[in-house]
Ligand binder design. Structure first.
Ligand SMILES: Cc1cc2nc3c(=O)[nH]c(=O)nc-3n(C[C@H](O)[C@H](O)[C@H](O)COP(=O)(O)O)c2cc1C
Length: 241
């Protein structure tokens, strides 16, 4: 195990929550020496069972449309027997603007809201991110929520459901870059809803049949990827032991 991994690791193997902030290496060191983190999330024993997929909301704006899109996604997955799906609303975690002193990859969390968010995300094998588009990029609430964690997302799979005036495509493309840094593999198939044609009055979600029909192919691709990554995490655990 490298000095880098030891730096923030406690005797039980988990990065210590008590790690003094002054031990945090300079950001440039973290950038250069970014370790392959030990994967602690999604235990190997789940490899025998169904993959667990979180449908993660991407906006906390009062009056958001995001919640109705996320609930629709969840409803569409009902009846599937190849995975378990759960709606995870970032609004429930009351995350402030990122307030953790240490980079997320050390998991030396100082705040209860981060521990709660970490505990929730760690249990999933894959994600469907419901992404709004603000200023041609990912909405700030989702970017912020993603920044709180790192290891909990590593070596997992995701799909994107985006919406906006142009289907949220710019948000989705930017989100792919962010997720790549979190070591999340994003499936090709993508779902894009237009504020003009899939929402009445830009507010009430009423997806067209054509766009609604793109969800199932995305999930069909995501589930095997999410399942496959349980094997990858198990092998990485063995390498890092
Ligand atoms: C500050 C701001 C910037 C926005 N920028 C874009 C944009 O660049 N592209 C776009 O398609 N929609 C844009 N919109 C419209 C949002 O996509 C739309 O309001 C959507 O409902 C936001 O998602 P939410 O209701 O779930 O928060 C913007 C809205 C706001 C408030």
């Amino acid at each position: 195990m490298s000095w880098f991994k030891n730096l923030f690791r406690s005797s039980n193997g988990r990065r210590s929550a008590e790690t003094p902030v002054e031990q945090t290496p300079a950001p440039e060191a973290a950038e250069v020496a970014a370790p392959a983190p030990v994967v602690e999330a999604a235990p190997a024993e789940r490899a025998a069972g169904l993959p667990r997929i979180a449908i993660v909301t991407g906006s906390t704006r009062p009056g958001r449309v995001n919640g109705s899109v996320a609930e629709w996604v969840l409803a569409q997955t009902e009846g599937r027997t190849d995975a378990e799906f759960e709606l995870v609303d970032i609004a429930d975690f009351n995350l402030p603007l990122l307030d953790e002193p240490a980079p997320a990859m050390y998991q030396s969390y100082q705040n209860e809201h981060t521990e709660a968010w970490s505990g929730k995300i760690a249990g999933f094998d894959g994600f469907i991110f419901v992404a709004s588009e603000y200023n041609h990029t990912v909405g700030p609430a989702l970017t912020n929520a993603l920044s709180f964690l790192n290891v909990e997302f590593n070596n997992k799979a995701a799909g994107i459901v985006s919406y906006g005036s142009m289907g949220g495509v710019r948000s989705a493309e930017h989100l792919r870059n962010v997720l790549a840094e979190l070591q999340i593999a994003v499936v090709r198939n993508q779902v894009m809803f237009s504020l003009f044609t899939d929402f009445e009055n830009f507010a009430d979600f009423k997806p067209t049949e054509q766009n609604a029909g793109t969800l199932t192919p995305m999930v069909d691709q995501l589930v095997p990827w999410a399942k496959g990554f349980t094997t990858i995490r198990t092998e990485l655990l063995a390498v890092s032991a």
